[in-house]
Design a protein around this ligand. Structure first.
Ligand SMILES: Cc1cc2nc3c(=O)[nH]c(=O)nc-3n(C[C@H](O)[C@H](O)[C@H](O)COP(=O)(O)O)c2cc1C
Length: 216
């Protein structure tokens, strides 16, 4: 693999900012979008269980409906791709069994080899104490995917805005997932910054490295 230069990564991370105003005329190419979508799919998750679905809202009518439930933030309407991250509300044995079957198929091993792994997940997430806070667990996994998406976008010089300023229950209703196994946690607007967005010129506000990264 060709190494990416450290300098390039730091430059791109400084270049990225939470974009407040997107240029609605600029769209992400299919090739770049395919890479962004892969960054979501390849994100790691606890046990590898991927308790998520990513909804790409392309309909302008749906985006109009979502805007008032997103603190009227203009990114919803103006970005190229609007990604709503949804998490799996409950972890159940059927889902885990499907995941085990997928493992066995991909790695070409008997599913029975994974019995201990399966039991570990069921005892922890379905029957164990963690089942009581499974929503939080699943939401945390979604934030990892969010980070992967934003970092990948930055490396491609594509802008993003992470969005938690939304009403998840209203989103679920508008996106018609209320009765599904998934629920909204957050969103990421992806596209290209508008030349007028003054925030692109604002300096980054971060605590010094020494106060947040400690060698112990
Ligand atoms: C989980 C999360 C949710 C956020 N929600 C919003 C949001 O709803 N609207 C917005 O404009 N910015 C939102 N932000 C952007 C942050 O305010 C921004 O990342 C932070 O101030 C640091 O600035 P920078 O990303 O430009 O470096 C969110 C950021 C994160 C990580």
């Amino acid at each position: 693999m060709t190494p990416i230069q450290d300098k390039t990564i730091i430059e791109r991370l400084n270049w990225r900012y939470a974009t407040k105003k997107f240029d609605s005329q600029k769209k992400i190419s299919e090739a770049h979008w395919a890479t962004l979508a892969e960054s979501l799919r390849l994100a790691p998750s606890s046990y590898g269980l991927q308790p998520w679905q990513f909804l790409i809202v392309q309909s302008s009518d749906l985006r109009d409906q979502l805007t008032p439930f997103t603190w009227n933030q203009t990114q919803v309407k103006d970005c190229s791709h609007y990604v709503v991250l949804t998490y799996k509300k409950k972890m159940d044995e059927t889902y885990i069994q499907n995941f085990i079957a997928k493992n066995a198929e991909v790695r070409d091993i008997p599913a029975s080899n994974l019995d201990d792994y399966k039991k570990l997940m069921i005892d922890n997430l379905v029957k164990g104490p963690r089942s009581e806070t499974i929503n939080w667990w699943a939401q945390r996994q979604c934030y990892i995917a969010m980070g992967f998406l934003m970092e990948t976008a930055a490396l491609l010089e594509i802008d993003t805005c992470p969005i938690e300023g939304l009403d998840p229950a209203a989103y679920d209703k508008i996106l018609k997932i209320e009765d599904s196994e998934y629920a909204t946690v957050a969103a990421v607007a992806c596209g290209y910054r508008h030349a007028d967005d003054k925030y692109q010129f604002a300096k980054k506000v971060r605590f010094d490295s020494a106060s947040v990264v400690k060698f112990v």
